[in-house]
Each structure stands twice: as C-alpha cells, then as structure tokens.
Design a protein around this ligand. Structure first.
Ligand SMILES: *Cc1c(COP(=O)(O)O)cnc(C)c1O
Length: 381
C-alpha cells in the first residue's frame, strides 16, 4: 500500500466489540487476569495498552519496521534508544543536532560513562576520523536542525556497518512519509512525534521504530524498564494526527517550496536554508535519499535587532518553540531549540543571532507571503 492509504488503515481495525470506527481510549492501568498460568495480551499499561499498541503498529508500518514504540516525548524516545549503549562506550553524533539531543549527549550520558564526539556528519570522512576503539554508535539527523544540512545516510551507514556500530537517526523533520531510514540501513529511527506526526500542536510525544527483531526486543525491554511511555489519551491523539500525515506533508511541503523561493530572492534576507532550493548544498543528495525537501526552512535576517523587529510585525505564523503543526511556526533557535547550547557552539553550527526557522503549516502560501512581506518591508535598512 501507498503511504496515504497506510496512514488511514494500519493499526486501526474496527473495534472488536462495537465496530466503532475509531480505536477506543483504554483508560486502564491494569487488566484482569483469568488464569495466573496464562500470559495475558495486556497486563499493565506501562508494558502494554491497546490504544498505544494501535499507534505503535501504525508507526512501525509507516517506517517500514517490525516494531514501533510510543514514548512520552521525543527526548524520552532518544533516551530510551540510548540505553543500547553503556559505560565505557563512545558514540559519534552529528554536530548539527537538535539542541535537546546535544544536551542529553554532552551533559547527561557522560554521567553514565557514555562519551560523545560531535562531527560534521555531512562529511563521512570526518565521521571515520572520530572513531575510537570503543566506538559503538553513530547518531544522525538529516536534514539537520536548523540549517538543514543533509547527511549521506547510506554512506554513513556503510561506514557504521563496516565497524559494527549501531546507527540511530532522528527522522522528525522528514517523517516516514518523506524519508525511510530503515530502508537505507539505519538500525533505530527516533521521532519527536510532537511535530509532524502529531501535526496539530496539541501533543508532546515520541516514537522509536526498528526493523531488527532482536533490537525490537531490547527497545521493548527499555521502554518498559524506563517507563517513559505515551499515555492512552495521547496515543489516541497521535493516531488521529497520523491519519492526515500524507495530505499535511504534501500541502506543507508545497507551501514551504513557494515561501523558500520568495524569501531567497528577497533583498532583506541574507541567506535561506532549504534543501528544496538548487542553491542548497545538499539539494541533490536530498533528492536521492528522500521523497522531498520537507516543510521546514531557515533564513537569516542578519541581527537579533532585526529579528525582534520582524517578530513584532508578523501576524500569521505562531512565534513559538516547535514545528510541524497545522499552523506555521516561526522560532528563534538561539533562545529556543538551541538555547541549551553554548553560544560558541551555536556559532560553529551557523546558528547566528539573525537566524529564524520557519515551519510552514497549511495556510494558503500567498497569505503567508503577504504577511512576511509586510513585516520585511517594515525592517530598517
Ligand atoms: C522537538 C525535537 C526533539 C525533541 O522532542 P520532544 O518531543 O520535544 O521531546 C528531538 N528532535 C528534533 C529534531 C526535534 O525537532
């Protein structure tokens, strides 16, 4: 089946007892056990809940995996996946990674004996150079956040496989609708389902999907052991959001392409970062490994002062942390997604004081452009 069909029909069977069209929200912490010698299908909701199971099946199918896991947030998903590593292990991570993941890898896991080296993962040579005898893993994000750098996923995976490293990728910006890293050989896909998968800015959730059954067993064990599970109610919201993933991604991506081209030619803008523009360094690679450039772009207004002026004038996009909602969202990485990063680390990654990230929602692109234009016209210079 094609993705647009899968999002409607996987994990969602008519309900067994009533035939209801939507999976019920099973608000139960525990389940009756008829016979203590039989393992029941559901025992306790941390280890399994029917509503969560429905969304986990849906996530696994969409990513082309065998097991899906729904977690309380994207960071809960990343933390649970990182349990694959232990004291004495070293991992290599993309330098251009989500600020919260950077915080987790640089400030929390060292505490448990896992060291991370950050490299420019768009350069496979640089990944190879960072290897140590105790390297066990490679953590990627493509496109990266917020400068949209593209990593050659298959190339990085080939290196990792040769060295027997486990690979984890954060697929939040693309979603399985546009990019399926498991098919490129990645071991573990992680998502902030708060973003495009949920899609309505009304939910905080995370996901993990794997193909290998042994890895599935390990993640299932850590999900239950850590206990950072998604609640039945939030699982239902995520299922509801997923049903429109295909149409939302198509429409948002189309809008992003139009807005990116408008911004690229604008005299008030220093630079636009969007892998759907021919001027972007990763344009061709993105076309090769993904089904589209996605709906997130960044642009540079030159200074914090101009950013403040601009944000005080825009009316349509929500000025906020996050992305991937039905409404367009403008965020300021310096104080928002990358606030947890030291200023010198931000600058190294091209996250200057004038950089804004725009996640294009489902508004009419012309209305967005009109709004951006009136705000840009009011800028000094
Ligand atoms: C938001 C985000 C996260 C963190 O997810 P939460 O759901 O906020 O915990 C991780 N990675 C990326 C790329 C994100 O955008």
């Amino acid at each position: 089946m094609k993705k647009a069909t899968q999002v409607i029909h996987t994990g969602v069977e008519p309900e067994k007892h009533t035939g209801a069209s939507s999976v019920p929200i099973f608000m139960a912490s525990t389940f009756h056990q008829k016979d203590i010698d039989e393992i029941p299908p559901y025992e306790y909701s941390r280890s399994g809940n029917p509503t969560r199971e429905a969304v986990e099946i849906s996530l696994a199918t969409l990513e082309g995996g065998t097991r899906g896991f729904a977690l309380a947030s994207g960071m809960a998903a990343m933390t649970t996946a990182m349990a694959l590593f232990g004291a004495g292990d070293h991992v290599i991570a993309s330098r251009d990674i989500y600020g919260g993941t950077y915080r987790l890898l640089s400030k929390v896991w060292p505490h448990f004996g896992v060291e991370t080296t950050f490299v420019d993962a768009t350069d496979v040579e640089a990944i190879a150079k960072a290897a140590r005898p105790n390297t066990k893993g490679l953590i990627l994000e493509s496109p990266s956040n917020p400068t949209m750098a593209i990593t050659d996923i298959a190339g990085a995976v080939a290196l990792a496989k040769e060295r027997k490293w486990r690979t984890i990728i954060d697929n939040t910006f693309m979603t399985p609708y546009l990019q399926q890293p498991l098919n490129l050989g990645v071991d573990v896909v992680v998502h902030s389902a708060t973003k495009f998968l949920g899609g309505h800015s009304d939910l905080v959730a995370g996901a993990i999907v794997v193909k290998d059954e042994k890895l599935g067993k390990a993640i299932s064990f850590y999900q239950n052991a850590f206990g950072a599970i998604l609640s039945p109610h939030d699982s239902w919201l995520l299922l509801r959001g997923l049903k429109t993933l295909a149409v939302r991604m198509e429409a948002s991506q189309k809008g992003a392409e139009i807005v990116a081209r408008y911004l690229e030619g604008h005299k008030q803008i220093e630079q636009v970062y969007y892998p759907g523009l021919e001027s972007h360094k990763g344009y061709e690679l993105q076309q090769k490994q993904a089904a589209g450039p996605g709906a997130v772009l960044s642009f540079d207004l030159g200074s914090r002062e101009r950013v403040k002026q601009f944000l005080s004038q825009v009316k349509l996009p929500l000025v906020a942390v996050s992305l991937g909602g039905v409404e367009s969202i403008l965020s300021y990485p310096t104080t928002m997604s990358h606030g947890a990063m030291e200023p010198e680390e931000r600058i190294k990654r091209g996250i200057g004081p004038g950089l804004l990230r725009l996640s294009v929602g489902l508004e009419d692109p012309q209305d967005l452009i009109d709004d951006l234009e009136q705000a840009l016209q009011r800028l000094d210079r």
